[in-house]
Design a protein around this ligand. Sequence first.
Ligand code: HEC
Length: 235
Amino acid sequence: MGGVGGEAPFTVTDKLTGEITAVNWKAPAINTIYYRFDESEVRFILNYGRPFSPMSPWGLVGGGPMNSQQIDNVLEYLKSIQLPRDNCGAGEVEAFSFYGQELCQSGSVPENIASDIAASIDGAIASGEAASVGEAVFNLELGSGAYSCARCHTQGWSYGNPGQTGQGAYGWNLTGGATNSHFNNEADMVAFLKNGSEFGKVYGNQGQGSGRMPGFGAMLTDEQIEAVVEYVRSL
Ligand code: HEC
């Protein structure tokens, strides 16, 4: 269901007490990684890893064991395992093909994933876990959080011990209204969520992206993105 997410053993150190706890870390599904990041962003993740998570740096530049040729091979391998997209643009398929696996860059997640996402949202609302579509999207468990916000924006979410929702972890603190003032209006934030951030590029009215905020436009529907924006603005 929802692509192959996984779990990785890891230890978390409490900043105040120094206490070390063994946890299982939810590793997001990578067969949709090119749906949310472009190649240079995936290269950055492989080279430098994700600090404070079980994803260690793999590139020599990040202190890991692989040279750039080896990293390129992994990037190509990852392309080969991407779920083929639905709704490709005309003439776009060849641009991104690998070993006969035809992929495009603008299409959406395949129908079965889209319906898994919709079903997870409905399920979270029916069970009372979420009070709105936006809240359900924010915390989406599917694919070990591959389509969620909480895995980056809620401390402890990835190892089953979430703190205050959206108070910031690898991704920024979204609570208290500061984030709202970083965008001109709701539509501006919707556009940012669809495309994600790009290294060095301006976003909103005073942000500069790092490329680490994924784009959700190929994974979630417009309605789901609008709902999550409404939810974020209420945090
Ligand atoms: C892979 C980690 C990751 C995920 C998943 C993620 N974000 Fe982010 N987000 C970031 C990072 C990192 C930034 C900071 C901007 C940058 O570095 O480009 C950010 C920035 C933002 C900002 C702008 C904050 C500001 O005040 O400037 C908003 C709003 C936001 N994210 C909302 C979301 C929502 C909503 C989702 C889910 C649909 C989400 N994010 C998923 C990592 C993530």
